[in-house]
Design a protein around this ligand. Structure first.
Ligand SMILES: Cc1ncc(COP(=O)(O)O)c(C=O)c1O
Length: 377
């Protein structure tokens, strides 16, 4: 099988990740006879590794959760103010858009969505003019999961800081591929997922809470400590992590982050840029193909969207899977609004997304399959 759907979830996972998940499942569950699940060694190790990956000096402000969707919900609900105004962008994933639509549709917030230009970069001027006296939050996707376009988070952070408005950055695609120095962003929150470029298992991810950010609690429940009180104990990160944690997953995520750091974040990007370049050139030689992505040199995450003239994208996805055993994704990729700029709404695009484990030979096989499909249809 050729697997090109790594922006959805990466496959395969490093052997060490699988090994460590199994080892964790075989181990006695310490948190059930100790007081506090978040003090278990794999949880502490994972928190420290996440902090190290994002160059963050406060591991206790790293909250581990089930993925970017949960992390974004905790952050958005923890920072919005009733009757406040929120700024977000056209490149967002539904894990940002839907919580914000939900708040807007229940009358709690006003929402502004900053448009983007090709291949998916926000209109900076419009962004700087969107702030109002009621603005309480900005939410931004670092790298588009449709086109691989990268937003300049440092520049956007400075604008938010000058207005004293907290910024939530969704680094689901960039974590483990682009270096991020979170210690320089005390008024921001990062939300990441473990199962994409970080090569961890599904159902893992988390939140880094900047040192000058105070998040209201959104999710409540058991913590194993202070069971006598009605409220969540006022301890970070415990107060944001109610319920039984995904210990096997957290062990796997810790090994995955160690693996990424050992092999180098820059290598991870270099490999994807190289593969994207090969694909880009090959697609450009095919008549009728339209590419919507960031150019290969800047496509650090290796995400490329395209269409093939009048041939239906669903048909292409089906033939690739059934006849060539090539797995990729077709459709809107849970990010509907960016397709309005690309001109691919509502059908969407064919998306190839690479991981460090893909090869030149796989790209060549894929291009060969596309040529056959083109001749057939
Ligand atoms: C940009 C982006 N944000 C958020 C998510 C959601 O991540 P998770 O699956 O961890 O909830 C995804 C996953 O597709 C994504 O691509």
């Amino acid at each position: 099988m050729i697997y090109f759907n790594n922006a959805a979830t990466s496959y395969p996972k490093p052997d060490i990740v699988i090994h460590d998940i199994l080892q964790n499942l075989k181990k006695p569950p310490c948190s059930l006879y100790r007081e506090n699940a978040s003090e278990d060694s794999e949880v502490i190790t994972c928190r420290n590794l996440i902090a190290k990956l994002f160059q963050f000096r406060s591991p206790q402000r790293v909250v581990i959760c089930s993925g970017a969707t949960e992390a974004l919900n905790i952050a958005i609900h923890g920072l919005v103010k009733d009757n406040g105004h929120v700024i977000t962008t056209q490149i967002e994933h539904n894990s940002v858009l839907r919580p914000l639509y939900h708040l807007r549709n229940s009358g709690r917030i006003k929402l502004d969505i900053i448009p983007c230009k090709l291949p998916g970069n926000i209109l900076f001027e419009e962004f700087t003019h969107a702030f109002r006296s009621e603005t309480c939050l900005v939410v931004l996707n670092h790298v588009s999961n449709v086109t691989g376009s990268v937003q300049n988070i440092e520049e956007i952070y400075e604008v938010c800081k000058s207005h004293e408005i907290p910024l939530i950055v969704d680094v689901s695609q960039s974590a483990g591929v682009i270096d991020i120095n979170f210690s320089k962003m005390p008024k921001a929150v990062l939300a990441f997922t473990g199962h994409k470029s970080l090569l961890g298992p599904r159902g893992t991810g988390g939140l880094l809470i900047g040192e000058e950010i105070d998040l209201k609690i959104w999710k409540t429940g058991g913590t194993g400590v202070r069971s006598d009180i009605e409220t969540m104990p006022d301890l970070i990160p415990l107060k944001y992590e109610p319920g039984t944690m995904n210990h096997p997953g957290i062990s796997g995520l810790a090994s995955a982050i160690s693996y990424i750091m050992e092999h180098g974040v820059e290598n991870s990007a270099r490999k994807r840029i190289d593969l994207t370049g090969l694909l880009y050139d090959g697609l450009n030689e095919l008549s009728g193909v339209k590419i919507y992505s960031e150019t290969p040199q800047k496509n650090y995450c290796g995400v490329l969207s395209f269409t093939m003239g009048r041939i239906s994208i669903r048909e292409i996805g089906y033939i690739l899977r059934e006849s060539f055993d090539i797995i990729l994704r077709v459709g809107l990729h849970c990010a509907p609004l960016i397709h309005k700029t690309l001109g691919t709404f509502p059908e969407g695009s064919i998306r190839v997304s690479f991981s460090v484990f893909n090869t030149h030979d796989e790209v060549k096989e894929f291009l060969k399959a596309l040529r056959i499909i083109k001749d057939m249809c």
